[in-house]
Design a protein around this ligand. Structure first.
Ligand code: PEP
Length: 249
């Protein structure tokens, strides 16, 4: 059975109290289904509250939006994979385009973060994606494969199989302009081929970029998409509980 992954990226929204209230509403609106998983990437300050709020639900998971690669030490303001884990996270985003563009995260940083996540038992969700200029110049494949190589070099097939990939074209994030299912599928095939050639033949590949309750069905009808990573449209628990039921019988 295809298990679709719906990942919510709350970005810099929803403090602990708000996260608790959100997840109470969400749980009341959405019952577990065997054909889907729902992940919540909460701000660091809300990880513990969010993890507590979903604790009896094996289909729901809380993740960090970023980690630093060192396990501990004098790194003011950073959180490590073991700290995120202690707070209840089971996954982490790595290389989100906002981290790359606003905070200067490099491919080599993403490599260290993916390795740190794997070493501590967090599932890394590595985000890759092209800018509009790169897309228009025909560089999408080159950019995405460079980001894959940069973030995942040195990992064997077993480790690669634990990494989830999100293709998130930068021009589609928060802009209201989503990729077509065909455009996304073409990149997903490249991602699968890249991972397959390195011993991970069945990766989970998500699409992200202006997904909402109106376009989710059309996107998820494309079998190359194993799920979606959603920012803006995940912030309201009622709307998100509707979105995660996309395609449900
Ligand atoms: C994201 O933050 O990963 C994202 C895809 O945002 P949005 O859904 O708002 O475009």
């Amino acid at each position: 059975m295809r298990r679709v992954l719906f990942a919510a990226n709350w970005k810099m929204h929803l403090g602990p109290e708000e996260a608790r209230a959100y997840l109470k509403t969400f749980r009341a609106r959405y019952n577990r289904r065997d054909d889907r998983d729902v992940w919540f990437f909460a701000p660091a300050v809300s990880l513990e509250a969010a993890a507590q709020a979903i604790r009896e639900r094996g289909d729901l998971l809380v993740g960090a939006q970023d980690i630093y690669w060192e396990p501990k030490g004098a790194f003011t303001g950073a959180i490590s994979a073991p700290l995120a884990l202690q707070a209840g996270a089971k996954a982490t985003l790595v290389g989100h385009s906002e981290r790359r563009q606003l905070f200067g995260e490099t491919d080599d940083d993403t490599r260290r973060k993916v390795a740190a996540a794997l070493a501590s038992g967090l599932a890394p969700l590595l985000c890759v994606g092209d800018t509009l200029a790169e897309r228009e110049a025909g560089h999408t494949t080159a950019v995405v494969t460079r980001q894959l190589a940069g973030g995942l070099s040195g990992l064997d097939g077993g480790a690669l199989a634990r990494v989830v990939i999100a293709y998130e074209p930068v021009w589609a994030i928060g802009t209201g302009r989503n990729a077509t299912p065909q455009d996304a599928a073409a990149v997903h095939r490249e991602v699968r081929a890249w991972l397959g050639a390195r011993g991970a033949p069945a990766p989970r590949v998500l699409y992200g970029g202006s997904v909402n309750v109106k376009n989710a069905a059309e996107l998820l009808a494309e079998r190359e998409l194993d799920g979606v990573l959603v920012g803006g449209a995940s912030l309201d628990p009622d709307a998100w509980s509707q979105l995660v039921q996309t395609g449900a019988a």
